[in-house]
Design a protein around this ligand. Structure first.
Ligand code: C2E
Ligand code: CA
Ligand code: CA
Length: 691
């Protein structure tokens, strides 16, 4: 088969495209990438020399010894190509280590050595090839030794791939498999038709396919900054963690980035991230800079030199003293910086990410200078581990209880129900805040059992008393995001309620916006079932997050609970007050009821009543109370109402003034002592004596 220039030229062009892609895309210096680069370069050289040997020798008459060199080099390159191919497969299948340690390394290199010797000898004596007086290339029969070894390499790569196929994505296995088969066929072809250059084109196309599929599957650069991302961090540092290497990492978190995003807009924040990443990349030497997400930068040092770390910190601090110019505006950014010494502070990527989360979420690290991860993690991480253990054993060890925070109706001017709030004691009897243990319970899965516990407790209470005797019209129960994601949620709730024979109208379930955001379809079908069954549904913490009005409109909510932060802000500045006033009238216009949380003063209670809130909840009325104290509070309310001639009955007239009721003076946040009970009992005995 005659030589055809087009094949070699097309092959070369394809290879140039691949090499450029490799160069311009931020490619990780990982083993698969490095071995792939080696493979592409050797193929490029072999095609290039093939082109040269024909092109040059067809047009110029060169000395036989020069021609000999060209042919020799070309043959040598052909015989080398399968070696990076095997290395690439080993890198993909994570077997490089094994290869470098075992005697296999010798086995891998021996054929290559033989090829080199055979070729080198042929320069002097006609051993595997030679040229005649017209510079025509003549292959001698021994040349098949070279091809034999090539096939051995291909077979070895093939076997390694099949044996370790589970460590490589299925698609990659299929593609490399095809690569091996087509390369084998095309090498056979080349062996029989040494003048044909089709082999060059086939191999180049194969490499192109691998580079667009197998190589592309790892997405390691951050779209905004162009820096390496978290996946790249994992890939590049995995071996260091496993090997217990000592090195330092700097964690940098931009303070208030979510706030800045909402005020400055995404465009400016992207500009900020671009500028700051360019600064970090260009200024800091001997480090790898990563952008995990949302202004969380990670700088990994290549050695264990603490002095270099502090030099970097100085450079960063010096830059961040000055504002950043973003298009037309200037902003000053406060970075939180932490030094993580590996493996002491973090021995895996997950721990590094955990430390980042701590650094960004805990406001005590705000503008604190430089934080040593060792000081940061011990307290908080130990606490999380402790709570994780406690919450797992809480039900079996009887550490849980449910408290009730009274809800006041502005129209009836009295308490008509309560929000059930979970309480958990630690082993020393101290209460742990649900704000602290609920997120942990959500992570470790116990939240489903906790949710069931609260629901059963409420149902039991309602089945043990006659709610109307106490003036209870409803009890609110919180649902966690995780509960809302369960397809069986509605059925479970309705089952338990019917088991205790609780009328649905006595129950109100509080759902947060986050739950709606996470699993809208599941949530919607659960909500529809519950709503049809007559259970009231509230949107909890309205105003604390994004306040997506879509959820309010599209999901069957009966009540909106305005978050306490919104209430408190309204009494600090006029604009927030106006916003709150409009929010309440909007909810009213949408024909839903409104409850305002966090009412702590008479002024707040009066204002919110006049703004049109149907229900109020907060420390002004009462803190969350243990069940008995709550029932006694309602009992006293009834006595007050009776005394005013406004005995609670169906259709009773509203009481004049709620504050006339003798409130049990239960103190603390509900996590504190139960002193209130004794006071109430005292109150009862005084009343009995009066009677
Ligand atoms: P939440 O649903 O917003 O509950 C209201 C929280 O505000 C309660 O905190 C309550 O004690 C507090 N609070 C009420 N009025 C005032 C006030 O006037 N001033 C102040 N400073 N605070 C007030 P708590 O009981 O610590 O609960 C915190 C959060 O934990 C709850 O926020 C809720 O998200 C979650 N939680 C509590 N119990 C449960 C439960 O049974 N299940 C689930 N999934 N979450 C629960
Ligand atoms: Ca709530
Ligand atoms: Ca709330």
């Amino acid at each position: 088969m005659p030589y055809s220039l087009q094949y070699d030229i097309s092959g070369l062009l394809i290879l140039i495209v691949i090499i450029s892609l490799f160069y311009f895309k931020r490619t990780l210096p990982s083993y698969p990438n490095r071995t792939f680069a080696l493979l592409v370069i050797t193929i490029f050289l072999s095609v290039f020399f093939n082109l040269i040997r024909y092109a040059v020798f067809s047009y110029f008459s060169l000395s036989p010894s020069f021609a000999l060199w060209f042919y020799g080099l070309h043959l040598l390159l052909i015989s080398i190509v399968p070696v990076p191919f095997v290395l690439y497969i080993c890198a993909l299948t994570n077997t490089l280590d094994f290869l470098s340690r075992s005697k296999l390394r010798f086995l891998l290199l021996a054929p290559l050595l033989i090829n080199i010797i055979l070729t080198a000898v042929s320069f002097k004596y006609p051993l595997i090839f030679t040229v005649d007086e017209n510079n025509v290339y003549i292959r001698l029969p021994q040349v098949y030794i070279i091809y034999f070894f090539m096939f051995c390499y291909l077979a070895a790569g093939f076997v390694i791939l099949i044996k370790n196929r589970r460590s490589v994505p299925k698609m990659s296995v299929h593609i490399i498999f095809l690569f091996s088969v087509t390369s084998f066929i095309s090498s056979l072809f080349q062996m029989y038709f040494p003048d044909s250059s089709m082999h060059s084109l086939i191999i180049s196309l194969n490499v192109l396919i691998v580079s667009l599929t197998v190589q592309k599957s790892e997405d390691t650069s951050d779209a905004i900054t162009g820096l390496y991302n978290q996946t790249a961090f994992e890939a590049m540092n995995f071996k260091r963690f496993v090997g217990g290497e000592k090195f330092h990492i700097l964690g940098i978190v931009f303070d208030d980035l979510p706030f800045l995003t909402s005020t400055l807009g995404m465009r400016h924040i992207h500009e900020l991230l671009k500028q700051s990443s360019a600064f970090l990349k260009n200024t800091l030497k001997n480090v790898d800079v990563y952008h995990f997400n949302d202004g969380k930068f990670c700088i990994a040092f290549r050695n264990n030199d603490l002095e270099a770390v502090y030099e970097c910190i100085d450079a960063i601090k010096e830059r961040f003293v000055h504002p950043w110019k973003l298009n037309s505006i200037e902003v000053k950014i406060f970075p939180r910086i932490s030094i993580i010494s590996c493996p002491k502070d973090a021995d895996s990527t997950e721990t590094v990410i955990e430390l980042f989360e701590l650094l960004s979420s805990d406001d005590k690290y705000k503008q604190e200078g430089v934080i040593l991860a060792s000081s940061m993690d011990t307290a908080i991480r130990k606490r999380s581990a402790y709570i994780d253990r406690t919450v797992k054993n809480a039900i079996s060890e009887g550490l849980l209880d449910v408290f009730y925070q009274p809800i006041y109706c502005t129209k009836q001017k009295r308490i008509i129900g309560a929000e059930a709030l979970i309480r958990m004691k630690d082993e020393r009897g101290k209460y742990i805040s649900p704000e602290e243990f609920i997120p942990i319970a959500e992570k470790n899965g116990t939240i489903l059992r906790l949710g069931e516990f609260v629901f059963e407790k409420v149902c039991r209470l309602l089945s043990e008393i006659k709610p109307e005797d106490f003036g209870i019209q409803k009890i609110d129960i919180n649902l966690s995001v995780v509960q809302c994601m369960q397809e069986t949620l509605a059925d479970q709730i309705l089952n338990i309620a019917s088991l205790y024979r609780i009328p649905s109208s006595l129950l109100n379930l509080e759902i947060t916006e986050t739950a709606a955001a996470y699993s809208q379809d599941t949530l919607k079908s659960n909500m529809n079932k519950l709503s049809v069954a007559g259970i009231e549904l509230s949107l909890d913490d309205y105003g604390s997050g994004y306040s997506n009005i879509g959820y309010m409109i599209n999901l069957p909510f009966d009540m909106i609970k305005i978050d306490k932060s919104i209430v408190w802000n309204a009494f600090l500045d006029d604009k927030s007050y106006t916003a709150l006033a409009f929010t309440i009238s909007m909810i009213n216009a949408l024909k839903m009821t409104v409850l305002a949380e966090g009412i702590e003063t008479k002024e707040q209670a009066d204002s919110l009543t006049s703004l049109g809130c149907h229900f109020l909840q907060g420390y002004y009325f009462s803190e969350p109370l243990p069940k008995d104290v709550f029932l006694q509070l309602l009992h006293h309310q009834n006595i007050e109402l009776k005394a005013q001639g406004l005995i609670f009955e169906k259709g009773a007239k509203p009481a004049e003034e709620m504050n006339h009721i003798k409130k049990p003076s239960f103190t603390g946040t509900g996590y504190g002592s139960l002193a209130g009970i004794e006071e109430l009992e005292e109150l009862d005995s005084i009343e009995e004596a009066d009677a």
